[in-house]
Design a protein around this ligand. Structure first.
Ligand code: V07
Length: 258
């Protein structure tokens, strides 16, 4: 326990973390990891700081984990940054959150480009403030030819709304003779979702001790391995991520078979 609180731990004992990274790379690395980054407000409250201080700290963790995921050979990382329900929060908090994409990209986009990361997003982009759309749109444009990790931000995303919109578009296409009812199957329906260009996540991580999905990728997570931790997102570090991947590698996936 004492060790966990010692910020010099990694430098005193550089081999153990690096060894675990090498071990991981010798086994099957989840190609797609999704994260529900919860606990930012609680992290701030514990320190008598405003909630937004937790969000800001959490933003830096996204950068840190992206770098490690890319290094481990993860191909896609989706992070739940803002849900369709989050608009109910106080206006000042929402305004702050909507500036985080710009701050994140203003600070980290050059490094992401350097690391060959491609920035993508899922969610209802049209409802975002103009300044947020501009920043995210530019990052997507600037990284569209990158071939490394896909860093996918779920921003103003909600899974039930996504599914209903998908159903409506299927009905439209049936009405217009583009597909027939018999042609609709799971694979075809997946192509009507915002995640049509992505596979399904292999591993879902949720921080801060809440054991629920909160309207995140309900369809896509059908066969995903779940890993929950009590660690608050701003405290989540490289060792926690390695721990989650190690847990994944210790599991036997069956996809409903035997
Ligand atoms: C947000 C920080 C992480 C913890 C969870 C909530 C707060 C990064 C972004 C972001 C989004 C799009 C993009 C680049 C960066 C972000 C929001 C909140 C709304 F293209 N972190 N982060 N967006 N938090």
């Amino acid at each position: 326990m004492l060790n966990k609180m010692n910020p010099w731990k990694k430098d005193q004992n550089p081999s153990s973390f690096r060894d675990r990274v090498l071990q991981i790379k010798n086994h099957e690395v989840p190609s797609y990891v999704a994260i529900i980054m919860d606990g930012n407000g609680r992290w701030a409250k514990k320190r008598a700081l405003p909630r937004v201080a937790g969000h800001h700290e959490g933003m830096k963790v996204v950068r840190k984990i992206t770098k490690l995921a890319n290094e481990l050979g993860v191909k896609t990382l989706t992070v739940y940054a803002f849900s369709t329900e989050n608009w109910k929060r106080p206006k000042m908090e929402v305004d702050f959150l909507m500036k985080l994409p710009e701050e994140f990209l203003g600070t980290f986009l050059p490094e992401l480009i350097e690391e060959n990361v491609r920035v993508e997003m899922i969610g209802y982009m049209d409802k975002l403030p103009e300044h947020t759309k501009r920043a995210v749109g530019k990052a997507m444009e600037d990284t569209k030819n990158n071939t490394g990790l896909v860093l996918n931000f779920a921003l103003n995303y909600g899974s039930r709304a996504e599914i209903i919109d998908g159903v409506k578009r299927v009905m439209d296409d049936v009405k217009n003779g583009i597909i027939t009812e018999n042609e609709l199957n799971e694979e075809v329906f997946s192509s009507y979702l915002m995640t049509k260009d992505l596979n399904d996540p292999d591993l879902l991580i949720r921080t801060s001790g809440e054991i629920r999905l909160s309207n995140f990728m309900l369809w896509q997570l059908a066969y995903t391995e779940f890993w929950f931790t009590d660690v608050l997102w701003p405290d989540f570090d490289e060792e926690h991520f390695v721990e989650a991947i190690e847990a994944f590698q210790g599991r036997q996936r069956r996809f409903g078979g035997v």
